[in-house]
Design a protein around this ligand. Structure first.
Ligand code: DQA
Length: 148
């Protein structure tokens, strides 16, 4: 058996590479997916990489993750700072979720310094750009331990 994880990306992250590269870097979401596939091979994980611009769809995908995946890495984009529904979804699925951001949200505008999801995630990685994705996968591997 191997661990299976979902990497879920929220609104506007499909525009990475052209979206505010001074904040988010030049890397596209496809580049990040490739990084994640390489890291999944190294860790012996099965990984599914997804993106949605819609809050309800993100919640549906989290609900569906229960029973399908062993953990979720979530870059919820701006819903991080606004969505109690997203926080409730994470609380409800009984899966370890790692909060991930490319930018250091604590060093940015005040409204980005509030995360509704931090309290229900097992941890947060932010500020390391695209490199945060493989870091989060390593953290998930350490958290999950050896597969049964
Ligand atoms: C982000 C940070 C959020 O504040 C922002 O709304 C995003 C991207 C990040 O990865 O740095 O869309 O989650």
């Amino acid at each position: 058996m191997t661990h299976s994880i979902l990497i879920l990306n929220g609104p506007n992250l499909n525009l990475l590479g052209t979206r505010q590269p001074e904040v988010y870097g030049p890397t596209t979401l496809q580049d990040i997916e490739n990084l994640c596939v390489t890291q999944a091979d190294a860790l012996g994980f099965t990984v599914v990489f997804a993106q949605t611009n819609h809050e309800g769809e993100m919640i549906d995908m989290l609900h569906a993750a229960r029973g399908t995946y062993d953990g979720v890495i979530l870059n919820a984009g701006a819903y991080t700072h606004t969505s109690i529904a997203l926080m409730d979804a994470i609380s409800s699925i009984m899966l370890p979720v790692i909060e991930l951001h490319l930018s250091n949200i604590h060093a940015r505008e005040e409204f980005r310094q509030t995360s509704y999801i931090s309290k229900v995630c097992i941890g947060q990685i932010c500020g390391f750009g695209a490199a945060g994705y493989p870091l989060a996968m390593q953290a998930m591997a350490d958290y999950l331990g050896d597969p049964l």
